[in-house]
Write a protein that binds this ligand. Structure first.
Ligand code: ADP
Ligand code: MG
Length: 314
C-alpha cells in the first residue's frame, strides 16, 4: 500500500472511532490469527453488580456488608465498587437491593461516615484485598487469597461458590480473624455485541481467545455464553503477556484487546494491541489501536480496514 492509502485508511478508521497509531500497526492487523480478549471490562460491560450475599457465620447480614464494604473502601477494583454500592444500599434502606432498584440511588458519591475504620489496607492483584478492622485481619477475595492465609473453606461454602460460578458469577469470599464469614456473588453482563463479534471473527478465520484473572469455572461459563472455546483463566496480572507470547511461539500474529492496567503488558507484547477507549490511560498508551466507541465490533472494523488497505481481500 502507498503512504497515501495508509493515510486514507487512518482517516477512515478515525471517522469510525478506530484510532490507529502508525502504519505498521495498520499493516500487522491484516494478518491477525488470534484475538485474545480480556474478560472483565472488555467482553463484559465492566459494570459488576452484587447479586447474592450469603452469611455462613450467623452474623447479621447488615454487619457483614458493612465489614466487607469497609475493607474494600480503598480499592479501585471494579468489584470493590459493586460491593460498596450494594452495602451502601443495604445500610440506607435496610434491605438488600433488587435487580430493579440496584444502583438507582447511588448516583451521588458514597458518604464514608458509615464505614468502619480499616488499617493497613493492601490490594493484592489477582487475589483481593486485606486490612485490619477492630485489630483483626479481614480478607476479601478469591479462594487463593483465603487458602494462602490459612483460612479453610467449609464444604457448604464451596458448594455455594460452585453454584455461583456455574452461573457465570464470581464468588467473593470474606474472612475475619481467620474464619470464613460469608460469600458475595457478583455478575458482570456481557457487552451486547460480544457474541456477534466472536462469531464474526470465526467467519474471518480468526481464533478468538479469552484471558482472565477470574476462576476457571466462571471463565468457562462466560466463554460459553459468548462462543469462545479457547480460555485461559486464573492468570495473574503479570501472566497475561505470557499468554500472548505463548500464541506467538509458532509465528502467529496475535492481537490483544483489553482495558485495564493489568492488560497493558499484554497489549504491548501483542503484535496488535487494541485498547478499549473507556479503559485506563496506561492501557491506551500501551496499545496500537484505540477503540473509542467501546464497541467490540470495531475489532472487526480494524481487521477489515487493514485487509482492504493492503488488498488481501480477494
Ligand atoms: P480480571 O482479569 O478478570 O480483570 P483480576 O486479575 O483483576 O481479574 O482479579 C482476579 C480475581 O481476583 C477476581 O476475579 C477476584 O476474585 C479477585 N479480586 C481482585 N481484586 C479484588 C477485590 N478488590 N475484591 C475482591 N476480589 C478481588
Ligand atoms: Mg479488564
Amino acid at each position: 500500500a502507498t503512504p497515501t492509502a495508509v493515510m486514507v485508511a487512518t482517516g477512515v478508521g478515525a471517522s469510525h472511532g478506530v484510532l490507529i497509531k502508525g502504519g505498521d500497526a495498520l499493516e500487522r492487523a491484516e494478518s491477525i490469527q488470534h484475538v485474545i480478549f480480556d474478560k472483565t471490562g472488555t467482553l463484559t460491560q465492566g459494570k459488576a453488580a452484587v447479586t447474592a450475599a450469603k452469611v455462613f457465620s450467623g452474623m447479621d447480614v447488615g454487619d457483614f456488608l458493612t465489614l466487607v464494604a469497609s475493607a474494600e473502601a480503598s480499592s479501585e477494583h471494579p468489584l470493590a465498587r459493586a460491593i460498596l454500592d450494594y452495602a451502601h444500599h443495604y445500610h440506607f434502606f435496610d434491605k438488600l437491593p433488587t435487580t430493579e432498584n440496584a444502583g438507582k440511588q447511588i448516583k451521588e458519591a458514597i458518604p464514608s461516615g458509615w464505614l468502619l475504620e480499616a488499617m493497613d489496607f493492601s490490594a493484592l492483584p489477582g487475589r483481593g484485598v486485606q486490612c485490619l478492622i477492630n485489630g483483626k485481619k479481614v480478607l476479601v477475595g478469591n479462594r487463593s487469597l483465603l487458602t494462602e492465609n490459612g483460612v479453610s473453606i467449609p464444604v457448604e461454602v464451596e458448594s455455594f461458590l460452585i453454584e455461583l460460578e456455574e452461573n457465570a458469577k464470581t464468588g467473593i469470599l470474606v474472612a475475619y480473624d481467620g474464619t470464613l464469614l460469608g460469600v458475595l456473588g457478583v455478575t458482570d453482563p456481557l457487552k451486547r455485541e460480544a457474541a456477534v463479534v466472536v462469531e464474526g471473527l470465526k467467519k474471518l478465520g480468526v481464533n478468538p481467545v479469552m484471558v482472565t484473572g477470574d476462576n476457571w469455572r466462571t471463565a468457562r461459563a462466560v466463554a460459553k455464553e459468548v462462543g469462545i472455546e479457547d480460555v485461559r483463566a486464573e492468570v495473574m496480572p503479570a501472566g497475561k503477556a505470557d499468554v500472548v507470547h505463548s500464541f506467538q511461539k509458532n509465528g502467529s500474529i496475535v492481537a490483544m484487546v483489553g482495558d485495564g492496567i493489568n492488560d497493558s503488558p499484554a497489549l504491548a507484547a501483542a503484535d496488535v494491541g487494541m485498547a478499549i477507549g473507556a479503559g485506563t490511560d496506561i492501557a491506551i498508551e500501551a496499545a496500537d489501536y484505540v477503540l473509542v466507541r467501546n464497541n467490540l465490533e470495531d475489532v472487526i472494523t480494524a481487521i477489515d480496514l487493514s485487509r482492504k488497505t493492503f488488498n488481501r481481500i480477494r
